[in-house]
Ligand binder design. Structure first.
Ligand code: GLV
Ligand code: MN
Ligand code: MN
Length: 428
């Protein structure tokens, strides 16, 4: 059975099909959570779950599950997951690779007639990207008990929509209570989305930790005035103040000898007219660092800078927290299992830190979790140029297959979940 491998054509074909599903009128892949495009993607994924012989279930926050009921009665399932929502103008691999890779692994095991000791479940979590409804990883956060389902469903999107209404509209507001399957372990297969594996020529990343994420929205209020008549010394220019924050962050973070990263990804001015000094600037700040202490220090430095700026420019500044997740350490035994699986396939691996947020970081709250990375060409992601070679995608899925075979037969991995937690709902 060591020669067992996934069906490469099936996996790659589904990736291409899903990548073509839910494109906008400009041809861009913008499958924002709970949109019509997301519905089209979910319908395709649910169809492939059925084809793989899985029972398809949906929970109240719209997380989609394909369940292979196998193994001992009441045994906690092994969960394989990721997401199929995307950013605006996305590539086709981010998240989709993990969901389709999970289906592929289960289908391969079933077709081979293998009988795991526990159920195996594939999950596609709602709104991982957080582009439409902050915070990101919302579906898995709710699933892991980090956010109440009612509060999560009431979220207002960047387009003014309500998540719960949108899920109902697209037919994916399910009946299951989030957390209904308490996993034995969680594994997520994902593209790296960074340059490390490609640069080092290593095909497999065994992800041992994931950096902390801080998202804030900053609103600066100044005074609108005439662009031609107002002397520079008499302005309270919200746009100028916002620009100073962008350069402050870049200068500070790039001169610190640390892996901290800072991004201002959204910015808007009011009234947004060529000859009017902006009265208001609204922008987002995404700060990340693998060390909680440093992340806190960067947040504090930004807060001090905003105070100084407010006094210097005569503007008022308000800050709203959109997301805050502490760094996560993944389960060392799963990380070792990934390394061993790579080795058994003759593939080099390296341990690494995830720079991106992932559903695995939420699932790590309730069960042992880890991730497998494969290279991203040029380190490009959140961009239609996102690319991973077919052979690398297939190799990563085969490493997942190997780890699943180990973990689905393991009984020694202690579950962090409370004793007696429900494993599977009754059938039907
Ligand atoms: C999710 O993709 C994130 O890291 O922002
Ligand atoms: Mn992702
Ligand atoms: Mn992403």
């Amino acid at each position: 059975m060591t020669g067992l491998g996934i069906d490469a054509d099936r996996l790659l074909g589904r990736l291409r099909t899903l990548g073509g599903t839910g494109r906008d009128d400009k041809g861009r892949l913008s499958r924002l959570a709970a949109s019509d495009a997301d519905r089209a993607g979910r319908d395709a994924v649910a169809g492939w779950m059925h084809d793989a012989g899985l029972e398809v279930l949906v929970d109240r926050i719209g997380n989609l599950f394909g369940v292979w009921r196998a193994g001992a009665e009441g045994a906690a399932p092994l969960m394989l997951g990721s997401h199929i929502d995307t950013v605006i103008d996305a590539g086709i691999y981010d998240g989709c690779y993990g969901v389709l890779g999970g289906i592929e692994v289960i289908q391969t095991l079933r077709d081979a007639g293998l009988k795991p000791e526990r159920p195996i479940v594939v999950s596609a979590f709602t709104n991982e990207e957080g582009v439409r409804y902050a915070p990101d990883m919302r579906g898995s956060l709710v699933y892991a008990g980090g956010l109440g389902v009612e509060e999560a469903l009431a979220a207002i999107g960047t387009d003014g929509t309500v998540l719960g209404e949108e899920l109902a509209r697209i037919g994916y507001a399910g009946p299951q209570e989030p957390g209904f399957l308490r996993p034995h372990a969680y594994l997520e297969l994902h593209i790296e989305q960074g340059p490390v594996l490609e640069r080092e020529g290593v095909p497999i990343g065994a992800v041992e930790n994931l950096q902390g994420i801080s998202w804030q929205r900053v609103t600066i209020d100044g005074v609108a005035n005439h662009a031609g008549t107002t002397p520079m010394s008499m302005r309270h220019d919200a746009g100028q103040a916002a620009a100073r924050v962008v350069t402050f962050l870049r200068d500070r973070v790039s001169h610190a000898n640390a892996p901290t990263v800072a991004t201002v990804g959204c910015m808007g001015f009011e009234p947004n007219a060529i000859n009017v000094i902006p009265s208001r600037a609204v922008f987002t700040v995404d700060l990340r660092d693998p060390h909680e202490g440093r992340l806190q220090a960067e947040e504090a430095a930004l807060a001090r800078y905003l105070d100084e700026l407010s006094a210097a420019e005569g503007v008022t500044i308000a800050v709203e927290r959109l997301a805050r997740f502490t760094p996560v350490i993944f389960d060392p035994r799963l990380v070792e299992a990934i390394e061993a699986a790579a080795k058994s396939h003759g593939l080099r691996s390296r341990r690494m830190t995830s720079g991106a947020g992932h559903d695995a970081q939420m699932m790590a709250r309730i069960c042992p979790a880890a991730m497998i990375f494969v290279p991203s060409a040029g380190g490009v992601s959140h961009n239609p140029r996102e690319h991973t070679e077919a052979a690398e995608l297939v190799a990563g899925a085969n490493v997942l297959l190997k780890v699943v075979r180990e973990v689905a037969g393991l009984t020694a991995l202690p579950n962090k979940a409370p004793a007696g937690a429900v494993s599977l709902p009754s059938q039907g």
